[in-house]
Every structure is written in C-alpha cells, then in structure tokens.
Design a protein around this ligand. Sequence first.
Ligand SMILES: Nc1ncnc2c1ncn2[C@@H]1O[C@H](COP(=O)(O)OP(=O)(O)OP(=O)(O)O)[C@@H](O)[C@H]1O
Length: 527
Amino acid sequence: MTAPPAPGHPRAQPDWHAQELLLMREVMRLIGSSLAPGLVLREMLHLMSELLGLNRGRIVLVDDTAAGAPRTASIQHAYGLTQAEVQRGRYAWGEGITGRVLATGQPAIVQDIDAEPLFLARAVERSQLPPETVAFIALPIELHHAPIGVLACHRIRSRQRHLNDDLAVLRVLATLVGQLLQLEALVADQTRQLEARNAVLANALNTKSARYGLIGNSPPLLQALGELERVSQTQATVLLLGESGTGKELFARAVHLASGRRDRPFIKVNCSAIPDALFESELFGYERGAFTGASTARAGWFEQADSGTIFLDEIGELPLALQSKLLRTLQEGTLVRLGGQRELKVNVRLVAATNRDLAHEVEAGNFRQDLYYRLNVIPIRLPSLAERREDVRALALHFVSRANQAHQSNVNLAPDALARLEAQPWPGNIRELGNVIERLVLLAEGTLVTGGELDRFLPGAAAPATVAPPAPAEPPLVRDYTPAHSHSAQALQAALAEHHGNQSRAAQSLGLTLRQFSYRLRKAGLR
Ligand SMILES: Nc1ncnc2c1ncn2[C@@H]1O[C@H](COP(=O)(O)OP(=O)(O)OP(=O)(O)O)[C@@H](O)[C@H]1O
C-alpha cells in the first residue's frame, strides 16, 4: 500500500480518488465477512491512516452511565494510539473538541491544534505528534439523529489533498459506523432474547425437576417429593399440609400418578366449594327419589373414583355429620348412597389437603378426632415458596413458557427480572407467582421484560394497565390471588352480620371464596 507522501517529498501524488475507493471497498468487504464490529472498525481506522493519511483515528462512544449521573464518553476503538493513550481518552459532555461534537452534533475542524484553546491533547500529547502544523477533524456518529459518539483523527495540515475531501470521506465513514453499531445493538438484543428462550427450553428439558409437572430442585421440595414417592405405592391415606397456593393439588395428582392407580380415575373435590346441603349427595351419590327432584339415581364422587384416587381439598371444611360417614367409608371400604339401603363396595385411595391446623380444629370441636387420626397417618408438609426461593427462577420460566403457549406470545424475562422475582416475599406462594407471570405475558410492552418493567406487575403496584387483558380462550391458568390482609376485621364482621352469619353469602358479597373468607376470619381472630 502507498503511504501518503510527507510534505516536501518529491514523490508523485497518489491517486486520491482510487485510494478512497479502495478504502470503501475494503471496509465493505470486511463488514460482509465479519459480524464483529470491533474488527471492522479497527481495520477502517487503519486504512484511513494507510491510504488517506488520516492518522490516530479513534471512535469515541457514549459510556453507559447510571440514570442521573453525568454523561461521559470514551475511546472504544483506535488505530495508532498506545494503550495508555486510549485509557486517557475519556471526555465529559461538552468538554474539549470531542465533548463539544457530542453535545452539539456538529462536526469540528481544527486547522491548527496549537492555536485552538479548546483542544485538550488529552489522549495523545502534543510532543508525540509531528512538529508540523497538525489538524484535527471530529465528526458526530449518529443513531436516529442523535449523537452517540465521535469519529476523529489527526492529519498534517499542509498536504496536497484538500481537507474538504477528507471531510467528505469521513462523513460517509461516520454514517457507516453508526449503522454498524446499530446492527450490533440489534444482534445483542436478539441474542439476549434467544438466551432467555434457551433457558426456558433447558428448564423444560430438565426432566428430573419436572417430575409429575412439579418444578423445582430445592431441598424442601425434594424432601416432600421423596416422602411422596415412598408412600405412593401403599394404600395409605395421605394428608397434604401447606399454605394456599403451595401446590397441594399438584402433589395430590403426583401421589396418584406415582401409584399403581395411575390409569384409573383421579377425582378432585374442593370441600370449600360445596354447599353443606349438597355434600352428602355429591360425595356419596343418591338413589332415585332420595329427595325432591332426584328422578334418577346418581353415583357420587367416591363411586366415580372407584379403583382410583379421590382428592379431598380443604378437608377441614367437611361438615361434622359427613365426617363420620367419611370415616366409615375409609374404614370399611363401603358406602351407602343418600336415600339408599345397600352397602356399595368402593376401593378408593384418599388424598386429603388442608391449610388449617386440624389438631387445633379437633380441640375446638370442629373436626372429629378419630377421622383426624385416620387422615394423619402420612402427613406431608409442602414448603411455602419463601422456603424454596431457589425454585422461583425455574417456576417463573415454566409459567412464562406456559403463558406464552396459551396466549401465542413470546415474552421472556431478563436476568435482572428473574433476580427480582426471587427476592419477592410471595405470601400467595406459587399461585401468586403464576398470576404475576400470566399478567406480565399478557400486558408486557416488549418481548424482553427487565427488572425495572417488572415492578408494575408485582403485588402492591398500581394496576398494570387500564386495558383489560384479552379474555383467555380457556379458563385462566391460575386462580386469582387476593392478599390475606385485603379486608379489615370490621369489613369481615359487617359482611357476616349483613348475611346473618351465612359465611358463603358473606364471602360472595366481598368477592372472596368461602375458603378465602374463613382464612381471613381466622387471621383476624374472629374464629
Ligand atoms: N412445584 C410446582 N411446579 C409447577 N407448578 C406448580 C408447582 N406447585 C404449584 N404449581 C402451580 O401453582 C398453582 C397453585 O397450585 P395448587 O392449586 O396445587 O395449590 P394449592 O396448594 O392446592 O392451593 P389451594 O390450597 O389454594 O387450593 C397451580 O397453577 C399449580 O399448577
């Protein structure tokens, strides 16, 4: 390659036009063959020096500073500068020539750096430059019409080549640099999204932690799972204990799936959702004519679960009269339908769950002691989410992928968002986490949710948006979570009084389920 002639040198002038074209062609070729802008930019600065005599080229880019901190910029790519010179190349906004180009977005041409008081000579000291008059050219690098950096270089002022020609080439190069950096940012963004997606898939493939659909590898979860697997093959009744939303239903299914009954029915009964008057007929069925309107006989849940598993959720809500009937069925393996005489044989494995302290209910006379003993043969305590914080990430990724599938969306969580989720208290446990993620997938504005954006979806934040989420095609994946302190003791009492002590109606008037209502009563010390 031809070096530009030194001033006063008798050599013939290079063909500048050909040199410019060569520079452009080489830079384009590099862009086409490498996705790494660092390499392309350095080579561009090198060719600027070799072919056009534009020396010590540097690209100064705006630094990533914390919000509110003063903006600065520093040399990110350079040619012909020592490491120490690059290190020194940091500029405050508006400082010196480089800082001014950044602040104004206007190019600067310093004809003689020795005569320009604004020129800082910060990166390269004057003593390191040739003794002739040195010019400095600096152009803004723009992204969406805003300066994001500066392309600058030195040149010996008195050369055959016009400064204006250099300026024209540098303008093209500065535009090119802006576009390359934009492409780099786009690729980095997409890579981040792909990495987040990859984490979801890797999580889904981790079969060990996805046993029976139960996500998590924390010691308390594994302990509960271990206990479950040890008892699953027996016929023993299992009592699942744990706060609301800890996964009792999923565990009950796991007991069923891990047992020899897995191909037989699994019947789930939520005791808190059945009105007292219907309990017996729902659970044990009825004969024709058992009551007005019973025009045909009907098998109850127990019969339907025959040779399979019945899951009685919220067993603490079972009325006392039914408790003795349930005990008989468990002890003798028989039942009598409502209005019937015949004893029917049933072979059902019972899994029961409660978030109440049953021993306390026994003491208070609300629960039969003999039934309690019968149920409490194998109690398994499910940890709260706060006790298994290390599972939050895996659970969050699981819910994200489930909600993405359900709503045909493609939302991912950035690492800082996952870290924030992990630090939350989660009083509503896994159900609450699932609800937050579902809302977030429906209402997120971009496809990558960062820690900052997560805030508005977390409990306690104002409603995330005024738009109603689109109605899901199927029932929502997760039930709604209302914080346990959502109603004052007075509000609970007033609702009870208004409905003459009828808890179901009082609960309904407050928009709560019976279970949520009675839980709040207990919390408020009213029961
Ligand atoms: N380990 C887990 N892995 C994946 N999802 C889970 C896990 N545990 C619970 N879930 C999900 O969390 C939600 C709440 O779980 P579940 O309904 O089983 O809780 P629960 O303890 O029965 O609550 P409640 O006592 O209020 O009925 C469900 O959507 C369930 O699928």
